[in-house]
Design a protein around this ligand. Structure first.
Ligand SMILES: *[C@@H]1O[C@H](CO)[C@@H](O)[C@H](O)[C@H]1NC(C)=O
Ligand SMILES: *[C@@H]1O[C@H](CO)[C@@H](O)[C@H](O)[C@H]1NC(C)=O
Length: 994
């Protein structure tokens, strides 16, 4: 192979030589050819590369020598999007070639290796792919620098480069190279820089790399996954300045020999499985500035010898099992800026003089067992940014001086035993983003001045804070999370809280707050969670609460709130928790929307309340209080509807906040659309290389590939060769009133990614219509296939495989995705086949959107298709995942019998009854023989085991009692582990011509 390649190179050289010699200005010719390839069609880059101009030396990016030979081509960040063509080899004078960040694709031409003067080759940050050109001896004769970082190269690391005699800089990081680091790389004797990080390399790190005596920098970690540990021989790399072997699966101890790397300034070994204690020899790295050993399995203590690391700026040891005290000398390291020791077993006190070196930027010792008080001079540098001491055993007051540390951006002291007042200055730090002091014993009042344009989180929960909430709380424009719960705060909630436009969580529970819920709160339109429970609040629930369109949780329990529940709250689709228990509310509990699924317990303790959730105990008008007349019959009706809606709404509740947020997004979409009713809006769930207009183009009668209950399906071929299936939903009303959570639900579906589920790519909608965009399945549906003329070509093995694949898709919906999804319409026409005849489940979770506008908002459409509907649906009108299992059993019976689920069996007899009856009545000697009576007669081979297994699974799935049916997970198991596993067959070739 190699020989062949070098012959090719030789040939190319000869060829190019002829070309170059043929015209005096071979370079111009080459540049023009280059332009044609470098620049993608339609682009106007390289505009001044004019073939008619003889002055090619003034072309952009071109540098010539005094003989008008091109010596350098330099493009950085010029979007070219084309390829680098072989004609590059004609530019025989080329010394520097830099095309980085230019979007180039395709392979790198092997002709580069023959350029006689090329010294620098920088093709970084492109999309080059394929193997790196392997060149034999004599390739790249003058190359010194090669930077191929961040491309899509794959295959083994190129060996030829090892023979490039002058190579000193080799960067092949950020590609997809696999295999081992070749021993040959140890012989690149001039190598100073070696970067192989971010590939898929495996094997051992070669100890022979220690021969690279000039090596200054070595980066071989990240995504590579080596076996074994750090070769101790690397301690012989006497010129080494930077060693980065982070995140590459290394195990074993840190070799003591690394302590001899006298020039080392950076040692990154984090995110491995290194064990044992930190070798004291590392204290000999007198030039060391950065040491990161975090996220390993290191034990023992910090070596005393580290006192000698006078240059050290960064010390990261977090997430290990290091114990003992944080040694006092750490505070005296004159240059230390970053100290990160969290999640270890450190005990004792923080060094009293920590910070006095006047350099400290970041201190994080969270989640240790440190005691004592907070050292007073942490911010002596005046530039401390991060102070994280949470989850330790610190006690005493927070040093007053920290309140003057204006540089702080993050203060997290929660979960200690700190006491005394909070320094007022901490509430007024200009850059602080997080002030988290929860779960201490802090006392005193909140200061009158609270400010900070950056503060996103203010958490003081579970302390002993007294006084009232100052109006200044409204002057935190970035505040998202305000937690003052479980303190002794009193007084009214200041109306200024309404100014917090970013606020998403508000927890004031467990205080002694009084007065009304400020109406202004309803202007905090980002609120997702409000907890005002366990206070002394009075007055009514603000009528404008529904203005909080993404509110998910509203807990007002255990106050003295009176009045009625505003009926408009029924519109709050995002609300999933609404606890009003133990107040003084009265009247009828609204009975629509989310109220259908609210817990009874959220309404108890309000003697004046009555209505559906409390129906059993407090029916309206039956002495339970409230104005019972207003629609009792209505409520009963609704209660019944609520039962039917439960499985569905349960799903929504399980989705929790994400769904709520998605719903809010849908709502916003609608609002944006409102003005321009016809305008189409596309929501993509992944990158799509086509536009709304492209989709519209496809909605032609010629493109219809299916019509069914769910709507019309079109096939769309997009410009870039993408094929999609476009489903136009029927019976869908318009706009927000009829959205019914459609946007939210579809967004949830759009997140589902599974090999055996048809991918929902996005949707396009306007006020009248919704179009769903799916990946296109060229094999059509299983139903069409099986019941069509080609059904006979679908052999037993293929049927088994399709059954197993479809089962995996359904299993994912039922058990593995969040929220869990009921398909509700499993049938052979909803199992689609791709070009390899692999099965993909389609149309899940949509059945509920197929009702007509104006119909009840509860589930009103029949769930499922005739012939597939589980018996329990007839009398309970509710479906659960076992109903899907039943429908899947029917599909299995279709696969076995080759017959449609209904029709042709006589009056009222469907496939399930027919199969049961036939097998039961058969006077055959064995089960298997009986089963063959129902098996598809079109197939000639009869692998009995396989058919019997399939039959047994099918009959379990169609059990009358839903509890007797297996779960989809069990079905997958049964279909994946048959007693005699059928070999996975290749797709039958006679089917590929469909
Ligand atoms: C090159 O491709 C990128 C990404 O596909 C695109 O954004 C850019 O517009 C293209 N540029 C040219 C000049 O074609
Ligand atoms: C090639 O690049 C190197 C490093 O960037 C530079 O020093 C040298 O002058 C360049 N040579 C030419 C011919 O452009």
């Amino acid at each position: 192979m190699k020989a062949h390649l070098s012959r090719l190179v030789l040939f190319s050289i000869a060829f190019l030589f002829v070309l170059a010699a043929s015209g005096g200005d071979g370079d111009l010719e080459a540049l023009i050819k280059l332009k044609a390839a470098l620049v993608a069609p339609g682009s106007s880059a390289l505009g001044n590369w004019d073939p008619a101009s003889a002055d090619y030396c003034s072309f952009s990016g071109v540098t010539c020598d005094e003989n008008s030979r091109v010596v350098a081509l330099t493009f950085t960040g010029v979007q070219l999007n084309g390829t680098l063509p072989p004609e590059i080899g004609i530019l025989r004078g080329l010394v520097n070639l830099t095309v980085s960040c230019s979007g180039l694709v395709g392979p790198l031409p092997v002709e580069l290796a023959a350029l006689p003067s090329l010294r620098l080759l920088n093709v970084s940050n492109n999309n080059f792919s394929g193997g790196f050109p392997h060149v034999g001896a004599g390739g790249f004769p003058t190359l010194e620098v090669i930077d191929a970082y961040n491309n899509n190269f794959s295959g083994r690391l190129p060996l030829g480069l090892a023979a490039a005699p002058r190579l000193r800089y080799l960067h092949l990081g950020g590609n997809y190279f696999n295999g081992m680091i070749p021993e040959e790389y140890s012989d690149i004797k001039n190598l100073e820089y070696l970067a192989l990080n971010g590939n898929s390399l495996t094997g051992r790190v070669p100890a022979s790399l220690s021969r690279l005596s000039k090596l200054k920098e070595m980066y071989i970690g990240y995504y590579n996954m080596y076996v074994g540990g750090i070769p101790p021989e690397l301690g012989m790399l006497s010129s080494l300045v930077r060693l980065d072997m982070a995140g590459c699966g290394l195990s074993g101890p840190i070799p003591t020999s690394l302590g001899s790397l006298k020039h080392l300034d950076t040692l990154f070994l984090q995110i491995n499985r290194l064990s044992g204690s930190i070798p004291p020899e590392l204290g000999g790295l007198s030039m060391l500035k950065s040491l990161d050993l975090s996220i390993n399995e290191l034990t023992g203590e910090v070596p005393e010898s580290f006192a000698e690391l006078k240059e050290l700026k960064l010390l990261s040891l977090f997430r290990n099992h290091i114990r003992g005290a944080i040694p006092p000398f750490v505070a005296d390291l004159p240059n230390l800026e970053v100290l990160q020791l969290w999640e270890n077993n450190f005990t004792m006190q923080l060094p009293e003089s920590l910070g006095r070196n006047g350099r400290l930027l970041k201190l994080d010792v969270a989640s240790n067992r440190i005691t004592g008080t907070i050292p007073p001079d942490l911010c002596a540098s005046g530039r401390l940014e991060t102070l994280v001491l949470m989850e330790n055993g610190l006690f005493g007051p927070i040093p007053e001086k920290l309140g003057e540390c204006k540089s702080l951006t993050r203060v997290r002291l929660a979960k200690n035993f700190l006491n005394g007042p909070i320094p007022a200055g901490l509430f007024d730090l200009p850059s602080n983003d997080m002030l988290e002091l929860s779960e201490n014993f802090l006392s005193g009042d909140l200061p009158p001045v609270i400010a900070g344009n950056k503060l996103g989180m203010l958490a003081l929960s579970n302390n002993l804070i007294t006084g009232s909430i100052p109006p200044a709380i409204g002057s935190l424009p970035a505040l998202q999370n305000l937690a003052l719960d479980s303190n002794h705060i009193s007084g009214a909630i200041p109306p200024e809280i309404g100014q917090l436009k970013q606020l998403s969580k508000l927890n004031l529970s467990g205080n002694s707050l009084s007065g009304d819920i400020p109406v202004g709160l309803t202007r905090c339109s980002s609120l997702v969670m409000i907890d005002l429970s366990r206070n002394n609040l009075t007055g009514a629930i603000p009528e404008r609460i529904p203005a909080l369109q993404i509110l998910n949780t509203l807990n007002l329990s255990r106050n003295q709130i009176s009045g009625v529940i505003p009926p408009e709250m029924q519109r709050m689709r995002s609300l999933t928790i609404f606890d009003l228990s133990y107040n003084r509310l009265a009247g009828v509990i609204p009975a629509q929307g989310q109220f259908l699924v609210f817990n009874e317990s959220w309404f108890v303790g309000n003697p004046g309340l009555c209505g559906p959730p409390l129906h059993v105990r407090y029916p309206c008008g039956a002495g339970g209080g409230g104005d019972g007349n207003s629609g009792e019959g209505h409520s009963r009706q609704r209660r019944w509807d609520a039962k039917r809606a439960l499985p569905l709404a349960g799903l929504a509740a399980a989705a929790g906040v994400p769904l709520a947020a998605a719903a809010a997004k849908g709502w916003r979409h609608w609002r944006e659309r409102k003005g321009r009713s016809k305008a189409w809006k596309m929501t993509a769930f992944q990158r799509l290389d086509f536009t709304v207009e492209d989709v519209m183009e496809c909605l032609k009668d010629d493109n219809v590939i299916g019509k069914g209950g769910a709507g019309i399906v079109y096939r769309g071929s997009m410009a870039c060769g993408t094929e999609v299936a476009i489903k136009r939903l029927v019976g869908r009303g318009a706009g927000a009133e009829h959205d019914r959570g459609f946007t939210a639900e579809v967004t949830t579906l759009g997140r589902i990614r599974h090999r055996n589920i048809v991918r929902l790519l996005g949707f396009v909608s306007n006020r009248e219509t919704n179009l769903l965009l799916y990946e296109y399945m060229p094999g059509g549906s299983l139903g069409e296939m099986l019941h069509g003329s080609k059904g006979a070509h679908l052999g037993w093995e293929a049927r088994w495989r399709i059954a197993a694949e479809a089962a995996r898709g359904l299993c994912y919906l039922h058990h593995d995705c969040s929220p869990l999804i009921l398909h509700r319409d499993v049938k052979s026409n909803n199992i689609l086949l791709d070009s390899n005849f692999e099965a993909h489940v389609a149309d899940f979770g949509l059945a509920k959107f197929l009702h007509h506008p104006g119909a009840s908002e509860c589930v009103s459409s029949i769930a499922g298709s005739y012939g597939y509907i589980a018996p329990e649906y007839a009398y309970t009108l509710r479906v659960d995942e076992k109903s899907d299992v039943y429908s899947f059993g029917v599909v299995l019976l279709e696969l076995i019998t080759g017959r449609r689920p209904v029709g042709g069996f006589g009056d009222g007899v469907d496939i399930v009854r027919w199969v049961r009856k036939t097998v039961l009545e058969a006077a055959e000697a064995t089960d298997s023989a009986a089963i063959l009576l129902v098996a598809d007669k079109r197939l000639t081979s009869t692998p009995l085991d396989l058919i019997t297994n399939l039959f047994k699974v099918a009959m379990l799935c169609v059990e009358e009692q839903s509890t007797a049916r297996p779960t989809m997970r069990e079905v997958v198991h049964m279909l994946s582990n048959p007693k005699s596993p059928p070999p996975p067959p290749p797709p039958p070739t006679d089917l590929l011509s469909l």
